[in-house]
Design a protein around this ligand. Structure first.
Ligand SMILES: NC(=O)C[C@H](N)C(=O)O
Length: 491
């Protein structure tokens, strides 16, 4: 089992394992689990072995090595890779090979990580179960009848299955934190702008953010260090100092830290009582480490989901207009030359009708409607105003607390098929996660126990913008006092 990136680095430094041996183990684990879990859309076996050989050769020659030397990393298939396909799990991009690497991918390569392949996801990151992928569902390693969550379901499942210690996901409305919670791993959405979006295929540009997934906080910190930082080619990238996140993980003394517990969560109808219990348990753990627990209210939290599901589809409808079969993406074979709109419009319409799945089409239609003349003020502009109020709630809350504690999800992993026919039910999976995206804040999902069926429960910590260090410090303290992140699925 390839559990810990830091451990793999140490084993290589001590001469106990080579990078090639590690990558061979990762590839054989993927081979064993791909049929049952389907975490990957593409496995780059040859390139990975070559990259590992280069690491071993550098080490043998005494050359300096990056901090992720010889560590296999899986990358969500929404990030551009010059030597592998980038499909966004959509027929639309089935044959797309980007001419360049996303900045985060270049940074992984510069850190001597070994990119093992691309992971399955909801089509264009739209969904919460990885069931909208055009390339088959991904299954949860804890129970293969259940979803791993989404949209970064493959990225979470390949870590939970023990194939790789690290993966990169993206989070627009919870897509890192919710699958991390469902798969019993640790996943972090950094501050909007902390990690470059250059080479991330855009879904909702004001919300999208790349982030690390791993079993435990020290590995998440290590991966965040490798990918964070200013990037002039992303106009929303923040030109801010990147701290050494691993440095804050030495102490578990939380004295002086105020943790706000979000009480609305406990009052929300339909939330699994086991999840509320896990949040309360976690509050006690933090308290035992010296933190002060305060009660917090975010008065506009009931508007998070409706606001997100106006803004995200609006941005998606604009971003996805580029896939017309001419500029980008799948092109139809059956242009209607006699169409009353002419052959060009027919080519656009048919290419898009064939290339996109139904959830993507639904969002494009919703977004186009909400942006259309006569409705934009009522929906889009209104949603932007509410977004401001939501941000204001967080600002006020962070006057009273240093971090916020709450659930990640209203339920643990649900059965495949249970929600896919009911978009509203699927959208409600994002009840507790979209706030951080709307406000641009960093947030982390941590394993916090299991429900009666043995499925993992996640808790969430949220911090003010750019306070990833504070988030990781408290998250690591939690993991020094608990062993939930050491639980493994028994497959
Ligand atoms: N992309 C995300 O962060 C997932 C969210 N459930 C959505 O469908 O938009």
């Amino acid at each position: 089992m390839l559990d810990s990136a830091l451990e793999l680095v140490r084993l290589q430094e001590n001469g106990d394992l080579t990078a090639v041996e590690i990558v061979e183990k990762a590839l054989s684990s993927i081979q064993d689990t791909q049929a049952s879990i389907n975490a990957f859309t593409h496995v780059a076996a040859e390139q990975a072995i070559d990259a590992a050989k280069r690491v071993d050769a550098k080490r043998a020659a005494g050359q300096p090595l990056g901090r992720l030397a010889g560590v296999p990393v899986a990358v969500k298939d929404v990030l551009c890779t010059s030597d592998m396909p980038t499909t966004c799990s959509s027929r639309m991009l089935e044959n797309f090979r980007p001419p360049y690497d996303a900045t985060v991918v270049s940074k992984l390569r510069a850190a001597d990580a070994v990119i093992i392949g691309k992971t399955n996801m909801d089509e264009f990151a739209m969904g919460a179960s990885t069931e909208t992928s055009a390339f088959g569902v991904t299954r949860n390693p804890w129970n293969t009848d259940c979803t791993p969550g989404g949209s970064s379901g493959g990225a979470a499942a390949c870590v939970a299955a023990g194939s790789v210690p690290l993966s990169l996901g993206t989070d627009t409305g919870g897509s890192i934190r919710q699958p991390a919670a469902f798969c019993g791993i640790t996943g972090m959405k950094p501050t909007y702008g902390r990690v470059s979006r250059y080479g991330l295929v855009a879904f909702a540009s004001s919300l999208d953010q790349v982030g690390p997934m791993a079993w435990s906080v020290p590995d998440v910190a290590l991966l965040l260090e490798a990918i964070a930082g200013f990037e002039p080619r992303d106009s929303t990238s923040l030109n801010q100092f990147v701290p050494n996140y691993s440095d804050v993980l030495q102490s578990a003394d939380l004295r002086g830290l105020r943790i706000g517990v979000l009480n609305e969560a406990a009052e929300t109808a339909g939330i699994d009582p086991a999840i509320i219990a896990a949040v309360n348990e976690a509050a006690k753990v933090f308290q035992s480490q010296g933190a002060e627990i305060v009660e917090i209210q975010l008065p506009h939290s009931k508007y998070w989901v409706p606001t997100y599901y106006v803004i995200a589809p609006c941005e998606a409808s604009s971003n996805l207009s580029r896939y017309d079969g001419a500029h980008y993406g799948h092109r139809t074979d059956s242009i209607d030359l006699t169409s009353e709109h002419g052959p060009l419009v027919s080519a656009y319409c048919r290419s898009r009708a064939e290339g996109f799945g139904s959830e993507v089409k639904r969002r494009i239609m919703v977004g186009t409607y909400a942006l259309s003349e006569g409705y934009a003020d009522k929906y889009y502009s209104q949603a932007l105003k509410v977004r401001r109020l939501i941000k204001g709630d967080f600002d006020a809350a962070f006057g009273q607390a240093d971090l916020l504690l709450g659930p990640v999800t209203p339920s643990t992993a649900f059965r495949l098929g249970d929600k896919i026919e009911d978009p509203i039910q699927m959208y409600l999976c994002d009840l507790f996660t979209v706030g951080a995206n709307l406000a641009g804040l960093p947030a982390i999902s941590l394993p916090a126990g299991n429900d009666a069926n043995g499925l993992p429960i996640g808790i969430q910590l949220q911090a003010p913008a750019l306070e990833e260090s504070r988030l990781l410090f408290a998250a690591n303290a939690f993991q020094t006092a608990t062993d939930h992140h050491h639980q493994r699925p028994s497959h």
